[in-house]
Design a protein around this ligand. Sequence first.
Ligand SMILES: [Zn+2]
Length: 405
Amino acid sequence: MKDLRENIERHLHALTLFPSRHVGSPGAAAAADYIESTFRKYGYPQAAQEPFPATGWRFGSMVFVDLDDGCRAVPGALPCFFSRGADVTGVPLWLAGNDLDRLAETDVAGKLCIVEFFSGAADIRGRNGIAEELDRLGAAAAVFISDPAYHTTCAASTKIQRSPKLKTLGTAVVGEEGAYFLARNRRHRFRLFIDADTFPHTAHNVAAVRPGTGEGRVVFGAHLDAAPLTQGASDDASGVACVLELARLLKDELPAWTFEFAAFDAEEYCINGDLPGGSGAYVKDHAGRNWRFFMNFDSLGIFFGEDVLHVGRPELLGGFDCVYPKLPIKNGGDDRSFDRAGVPTLWFNTHARFKDFHTPLDTVGTLDTERLVLCVGESLRVLRQLCRPENEAFFRNISKNPKKC
Ligand SMILES: [Zn+2]
């Protein structure tokens, strides 16, 4: 138990040391190396990085200042994921909800636009669509307001807008404090400079396999990337730490089942209903494997949160009990890739009271390591119930007679 807690803490610190782990960043590459070397240390000499194509994002620096207020920086402003480079000076053009319906008639060319768009939820489609249209119309930059209905108001989500299709538009985001600052000074001249770019990239999943003697395979997964410029401690260093420890603990257990341990890159990349990048590539590259179920570990262990288990396609799983409430599939992360392939999914997840995910507030300091220790223990208990020999017959029947279930 002591080993488990200390190892989890070590993984969390190793993974959150980098300024960012977004797809294409040096931090994501270093995280993949750390995971691969940990798998090897834990007795998986064949652990390997599996490449797949993605759009990478490079970020250098950003300056967003009020030129009529002594060059004061806009509080808490950050670039959005996949922003292109920008350097624009001027009085911002504010675009309210009804302006967005008539963008083509508005002169946005070369302008610094502030987008008042509150969707009431994480409406990425809406924000991506607005950014793509402003990009087409030649706007210089767009500033979004991190949605208070879905995220904390204390910090900005760098994923609130994330279209990799932008050609020239710079995009930035502010939280509540920055939004009021901009609104109060709306007649001032601002300068927004963003040094950033997108580029074709080869991303890497990291996988390790413990071969079994039977037909059944289980995938344990978490994602190694994070929203840009965040520690991504809960989302999803927490899950990676759990998967690494499961690999260690299961090395010599339950020999009939083949266990695949995977850390996916580019989960935060998924846009407009597409499959997440890394798990989508994994499912495609290894199609035909006899996966009985996928255990996902994503966004765990947050103080003031409730641990839950989302279950997808329970009719294809054997019966089991779990101390966490069982909820219907959420289908918002890597589980989506497996669910689309018809594989049952179990997603260990924390429902947080403070919505810090995808913001710089998602730090190791918000994590209760003891809860991660309990989650590893509980996932093992669920696994052992599902991997009983009588369940092997149940799964075999199901894959032979899929219509009967
Ligand atoms: Zn996540």
